[in-house]
Design a binder for this molecule. Structure first.
Ligand SMILES: Cc1cc2nc3c(=O)[nH]c(=O)nc-3n(C[C@H](O)[C@H](O)[C@H](O)COP(=O)(O)O)c2cc1C
Length: 235
């Protein structure tokens, strides 16, 4: 399995030091490439700390947030949130490869501190920064939120034994981050057709769907169609 899929964990405590220029350039160039293929308008903000400055919104969970990525796109893009998850997870995994820490943040930041064009919608942000070994609080939070990682059987229904490529994809899905760690995206393999869906009763659900599909695509070698219930095609 791609090592970044296995090693990535949400990091909420960053070093004070800004990320290096080469790292920043690397991230910006990848953002540009992903915006090009997706039509998204994700934007790197060197210092977005003001959106994490107030205890009121960030619940003190985050420390020294500096660089953030605005995960946004055009308001009229019907797949906006799912694309944010799908292409954003590419970004998160590449940043993990750089040795930097990341955290998807949908709720615990101050939207009012960020300026967005009127034709655009901000789905969430990703915090990015230098990290030390996980802090005590991070370990506690991780063990609290990670008390339960759902099993493959809880994430997929099927009318036949799962072929190897489905198992490969599903193993990667189990590592996918999800808002509030709900791991709600469900897969179905019936009549030799694989699809992915989510209840879609929470504002972050479609982002979670995109992230889970990305993990599946990477390890199974193929591409999911966008849309709730979207079908997978092997390469
Ligand atoms: C779409 C999305 C939104 C999230 N929003 C927040 C948030 O507002 N605050 C926070 O502390 N973590 C947030 N997270 C991080 C999740 O809590 C985390 O991914 C989950 O608990 C699994 O832990 P892991 O990422 O370490 O594997 C979010 C994750 C996703 C995918």
């Amino acid at each position: 399995m791609r090592s970044a899929i296995e090693s990535r964990v949400s990091r909420r405590k960053f070093e004070k030091e800004a990320i290096a220029d080469w790292e920043k350039e690397n991230i910006i160039s990848l953002i540009n490439q992903l915006n090009e293929v997706s039509g998204l308008t994700m934007t790197f903000i060197e210092n977005g700390s003001s959106a994490f400055g107030k205890l009121r919104k960030s619940y003190g969970l985050f420390t020294n947030v500096r660089s953030i990525i605005l995960m946004k796109g055009k308001k009229d893009d019907k797949d906006l949130k799912e694309k944010v998850g799908y292409y954003g997870e590419d970004l998160v995994l590449a940043i993990t490869d750089l040795g930097l820490g990341t955290c998807w943040v949908g709720g615990t930041f101050d939207k009012d501190e960020l300026t967005i064009d009127s034709g655009e919608e901000l789905a969430c942000v990703v915090a990015v920064g230098k990290v030390a070994a996980p802090s005590f609080t991070e370990k506690i939070l991780r063990s609290a939120t990670h008390r339960k990682v759902k099993s493959m059987e809880e994430r997929i229904t099927s009318d036949q034994p799962l072929p190897q490529w489905v198992q490969n994809g599903m193993k990667a899905v189990l590592f996918a981050p999800s808002a509030k760690n709900t791991q709600k995206v469900m897969f179905k393999y019936e009549n030799n057709i694989l699809s992915a869906q989510i209840a879609d009763d929470y504002s972050m659900d479609m982002i979670d769907l995109g992230i889970a599909k990305k993990h599946f695509d990477i390890e199974a070698g193929g591409k999911f169609e966008f849309g709730n219930g979207g079908i997978f095609h092997l390469k």
